[in-house]
Design a protein around this ligand. Structure first.
Ligand code: FES
Length: 176
């Protein structure tokens, strides 16, 4: 049985003052991202730095956000407003394979509901949930910019396009 799906992020986030700590290598990687932008435009480094937080902590968590706010001299809310806008930034832990199914118009018309139903019933979860073994998370996301090859989904950084249920079966079977 999969965990219940929170209805919104604010239902699940516990806001604390805890600040994440990172190794000197990770901090220096962050400084190298920061160095790509003018000194008075540090906010521009937010997305690459959020990706570092996600890689290091598994998702964008409250201590990671607090760290970034201090690191960039921003308000915590400045970091959250970016972190909560993009679907590629995960606000809770995800499975080893994060399946993001596009639910926007072209994909919807071309068969997204059937694809979503097929994947979810095969994995025994609903959108927003992770399988008990931590292998798969399914999310429904807005347009991923590949409308001409709808229906499509993204797993990790890879796009899978012109989906059919047979194609989906093969893709899932290939996930280690
Ligand atoms: S509508 Fe699905 S990729 Fe654009």
């Amino acid at each position: 049985m999969a965990a219940a799906t929170p209805t919104s992020y604010t239902d699940q986030v516990v806001v604390t003052d805890e600040v994440a700590e990172f190794s000197s290598e990770v901090v220096s990687e962050m400084r190298s991202h920061l160095a790509k932008y003018p000194a008075d435009r540090s906010r521009s480094a937010l997305i690459p730095l959020l990706f570092v937080i996600q890689r290091e902590r598994g998702y964008i968590d409250n201590p990671g956000v607090n760290f970034l706010a201090k690191f960039l001299n921003l308000e915590v809310t400045d970091v959250w407003e970016t972190a909560t806008f993009y679907s590629m930034l995960n606000l809770r832990p995800v499975g080893r394979h994060h399946i993001q199914i596009c639910k926007t118009l072209s994909c919807k018309i071309m068969g997204e509901p059937e694809i979503t139903e097929h994947i979810c019933s095969k994995l025994g979860i609903h959108p927003g949930e992770t399988t008990e073994d931590g292998k798969f998370t399914v999310s429904l996301v807005e347009c991923l910019g590949s409308c001409g090859t709808a229906p499509m989904m993204q797993i990790g950084f890879d796009y899978h396009e012109d989906l059919t249920t047979d194609k989906v079966d093969k893709i899932l079977a290939d996930c280690e």
